[in-house]
Design a protein around this ligand. Sequence first.
Ligand code: SF4
Length: 178
Amino acid sequence: MMKLLLHTCCGPCTIYPLRALREEGFMVQGFFFNPNIHPYREYLRRKDTLLQYAAAQDFPVDVSSEYPFQEFLQTVAGQEDQRCAACYTIRLRKTAQHAKKHGYSGFTSTLLVSPFQKHELIKTIGEEVASLEHISFLYRDFRPGYKSAVGRAKQLQLYRQPYCGCIYSEYDRFQDSH
Ligand code: SF4
């Protein structure tokens, strides 16, 4: 059975990819590395929600001890309009390195489930970092499962975040709300 590392951005986005990959026969383990999630208490809330769901699904998740949000902000400073490319690269490269170090056959990401993410860019960057790290990137279009997973997350009363993650996305989401 192929051992696959699933980069996980949060609990709700894990629901469908985990199920689909298990149905395909992969032995899936998770990896939580998301220095793009701000502020820190929001990061903790998303992590804890993921771990709550993972425990119920018997889904092992490695939580990175690193949260280099300063490095994230320094990287995107001055190129905020292209920040998502840097964000995907930081997260997927670390995932590829973790997968290689711990003997996984490949990696993929829950980011591929969201219709709100830049799907083709995630695919391109996943393939690029895979090539750099000499490991396979498993591309799947999980988006058809997004809607049902949102329904399931509501049923389970999982916390669902109202913005993508970084402070820029939080501003974009709420700037007109007052
Ligand atoms: S909007 Fe989302 S994907 Fe883009 S940089 Fe911010 S957290 Fe990352």
